[in-house]
Design a protein around this ligand. Structure first.
Ligand code: ATP
Length: 264
């Protein structure tokens, strides 16, 4: 299997690319030389059977693996246009996480107020101006399609919100620091169909200002929300392309078997 890819014709602007990315948990090689473009203001979906390395790949982008011992990156993830390799030892992972935010599978608001959840990243960055933070919190909550529901209860604890509202709050929190990329790791798997629909709609809206990578087990979701799709299998990138091509005319039989449910 190879992860060499051909860039689509008339490709949009590159926001990032992984180049020959390998990743190890101890001696176990979880990613095997993955090279993939990530296009600006587009949604790229990562699909594949359980354990194929989707979350591992996603977590390389914001250096999440640094938080655990015994892990090792090899290769690079280059951010454009400044050509920064986020995996390089000289790059501060905290700075990377300001530029590349993450939304997890299970909504994980902090045990703080709605306001403080969204203000959190700005405070970490050292923002002190109350009016600046107020404006950013309002804009982020609007961006997360939550402002109308919470504007009169900003000081209430966030855990009182419904699951779908909590996930939109986590998206607002991710938006507040004006990230360039947001990583979504199965963001709707803990939500009901209605809340799932509103998160998918939101992803369609925020991609106008941010680049998105999303891991999903839901083929319909990948087809609905993404512009590009990557099919992974045991640490390899099997096929990458425009979502419509991956779903309508995949080049590889393994991809076809997976998306048609014959495998996985
Ligand atoms: N902390 C860890 N230590 C050791 N191995 C790990 C660790 N986390 C994941 N792995 C292994 O790395 C491989 C890829 O796991 P990963 O979670 O990235 O897959 P995935 O495609 O996201 O799976 P799923 O769809 O089930 O979430 C699997 O073989 C998994 O067992």
């Amino acid at each position: 299997m190879t992860s060499t890819i051909t860039l689509p014709e008339n490709a949009p602007t590159l926001k990032a690319e992984s180049k020959n990315l390998n990743f190890f948990y101890g001696d176990f090689k979880a990613l095997k030389g993955i090279s993939m473009p990530i296009y600006e203001n587009k949604v790229t979906a990562l699909i594949g059977p359980s354990g194929c390395g989707k979350s591992t790949y996603l977590r390389c982008f914001n250096r999440m693996h640094d938080l655990y011992s015994g892990t090792r990156y090899d290769g690079s993830i280059v951010l454009h246009p400044d050509e920064v390799d986020v995996l390089h030892k000289s790059v501060d992972p905290i700075e990377v996480r300001m530029r590349i935010s993450m939304v997890f599978q299970k909504p994980n608001p902090f045990p703080k107020s709605i306001y403080e959840n969204v203000a959190y990243g700005l405070r970490v960055r050292g923002e002190k101006s109350r009016s600046y933070i107020d404006d950013k919190v309002e804009a982020a909550l609007k961006g997360g399609a939550l402002w109308g529901e919470v504007k009169d209860r900003l000081n209430e604890v966030a855990v009182n919100l419904s699951g779908g509202q909590q996930q939109r709050l986590c998206i607002a929190r991710a938006l507040a620091t004006d990230p360039e990329i947001i990583l979504f790791d199965e963001p709707t798997s803990a939500l009901d169909p209605m809340a799932t629909g509103s998160i998918e709609e939101l992803i369609g809206e925020i991609k106008n200002k941010v680049t998105i990578l999303i891991v999903t087990h839901n083929m319909q979701q990948a087809a609905r929300v993404s512009d590009y799709t990557a099919y992974m299998y045991v640490g390899d990138l099997v096929e990458y392309g425009e979502t419509k091509d991956i779903f309508m005319k995949p080049k590889r039989k393994e991809t076809e078997d997976y998306i048609t449910g014959r495998f996985g």
